[in-house]
Design a protein around this ligand. Sequence first.
Ligand code: FES
Length: 103
Amino acid sequence: MSDSQVPDHTVRIEPQGWVFDAPANSTVFMAARQAGIRLPTSCRNGTCRACMSQMLAGEVRYVDRPGLTREERDEGWILPCVARPMSSLTLHVPEATPWDAPR
Ligand code: FES
């Protein structure tokens, strides 16, 4: 835990196998950025769906209603730009790159 209020989780990005810490009060996107990993993104407010990624394991929460259908959420799709981890996560994001890699 980073402090007594906010437990940390880990996020694993597949197929790269990268793992980073993700505080429960941070979005998955910002935790990845802190770890030097660039996830697909555009609006960063949960509306454009550019970051839509498959969650293979774990649980996330949203502060605001995300731009996903119930079926998409049931199938494990998440929006990392606004999703906050409630557990350790495994995501399938083949488009993820090191933050400093050329785009
Ligand atoms: S970047 Fe637009 S929904 Fe995530």
